[in-house]
Design a protein around this ligand. Structure first.
Ligand code: PHE
Length: 339
């Protein structure tokens, strides 16, 4: 009897279960009415009285180890900690939340997509720029306020190195390295020394565009931007151009779109005018072409630039620009898009 029990003890020790069913078979084998342990207790009657104490203890040890084994294996199988357990419940609902794109990325991608459809390529350039690419090549007069510390984050003086104040600097780089025809947009982050408020930030995003070729006219500029506004804000959108001034374009204009919130009837977003300004534009000043070694007698071009924050605010009716930078999930999770 002793050797039998010792064999059983070994068997219990080595037993492994990968399914609840095999654990149940194990329980039946040892503990059920017709199982091995009740059989041992039945045999116990025939044990010589001198051996009874030892045999009794051995049978109890076996019983305990079977019970312990069952409890520990069951725990393991229930928690699924055994990777081979096969008890993974594939029908459980997934509660991990999906990330979503930042609203500024959604709108930037949409703008890129609209211009890509009419042949514009995307170009990028450095955020830290020298004076030539950010100002001089763009025909900024020596005493222009943008060259002042108040508007620009300078990193070094003489020679001037600054954080770019617009992505027009990228277009200078494109014109320097490519001869026309040029048709490109430059999305990117820009920096201006402004107090942070609901309507302004010292870091924001732009998409600027440039088209240089023979016979490019103001009519081409208007048609391109008209197409863009309708694609972005909807077929019903109207546009209007107001004269403006930029050092690098002549003539220059600002483009308004009919307010997409009130449809032009007047609301607090458009300040009851029915119109909202979305971008600056104009015909590239011949001085700019010459600075970039492009023959201004042969070629003409148009350029435009817009702030992504402003357009996103209009599109989604967001009234505080600071929300874009706070990364509050409650805000960000509202934006789902294929862009
Ligand atoms: N660079 C101008 C800005 O940052 C925008 C602009 C680009 C205006 C091209 C006209 C033409 O405000």
């Amino acid at each position: 009897m002793k050797t039998k029990i010792e064999e059983y003890l070994k068997e219990v020790e080595n037993f492994k279960a990968d399914k609840l069913e095999s654990l149940e078979d194990f329980r039946i084998k040892f503990l059920s009415k017709k199982g091995l342990i009740p059989a041992l207790f039945a045999d116990f009657r025939n044990v010589d009285p001198s051996e009874r104490k030892e045999m009794g203890q051995l049978i109890n040890t076996l019983k305990n180890s079977v019970q312990e084994k069952i409890v520990s294996l069951k725990e393991k199988l229930d928690s699924g900690s055994d990777s081979k357990s096969g008890t993974l419940d594939l029908s459980l609902p997934v509660n991990a939340s999906m990330g979503s794109r930042h609203p500024l990325s959604i709108v930037r991608n949409e703008i890129i997509d609209i211009f890509s459809r009419i042949g514009f390529t995307v170009s990028e350039g450095p955020e830290i720029e020298d004076d030539f690419h950010n100002f001089t090549a763009l025909n900024f007069p020596e005493d222009h306020p943008a060259r002042d510390m108040q508007d620009t984050f300078f990193i070094e003086k003489d020679p001037d190195i600054a954080l770019r104040t617009h992505t027009s600097s990228v277009q200078v780089r494109v014109m320097e390295s490519t001869q026309p025809p040029i048709r490109t947009i430059s999305p990117g982050r820009v920096f201006r020394n402004e107090a942070i408020s609901a309507r302004a930030h010292c870091i924001f995003h732009q998409v600027e565009g440039l088209y240089v070729d023979t016979d490019v006219s103001f009519a081409d500029l208007k048609q391109t931007l008209f197409y863009f506004a309708k694609e972005l804000f909807g077929e019903e959108t109207k546009t209007r151009f107001r004269p403006s001034y930029f050092p690098f374009t002549e003539p220059s204009a600002e483009m308004d779109v009919s307010c997409n919130i009130c449809g032009g009837k007047g609301c607090n977003v458009c300040k009851y005018t029915g119109w909202v300004e979305i971008l600056g534009c104009g015909m590239v000043d011949p001085n700019v072409l010459e600075s970039c070694k492009i023959d201004s007698e042969k070629y003409t071009g148009f350029a435009f630039g817009m702030g992504v924050e402003r357009i996103t605010m209009l599109k989604y009716q967001i009234n505080d620009l600071r929300l874009f930078f706070e990364n509050d999930l409650k805000f960000l999770e509202q934006f789902k898009s294929t862009y």
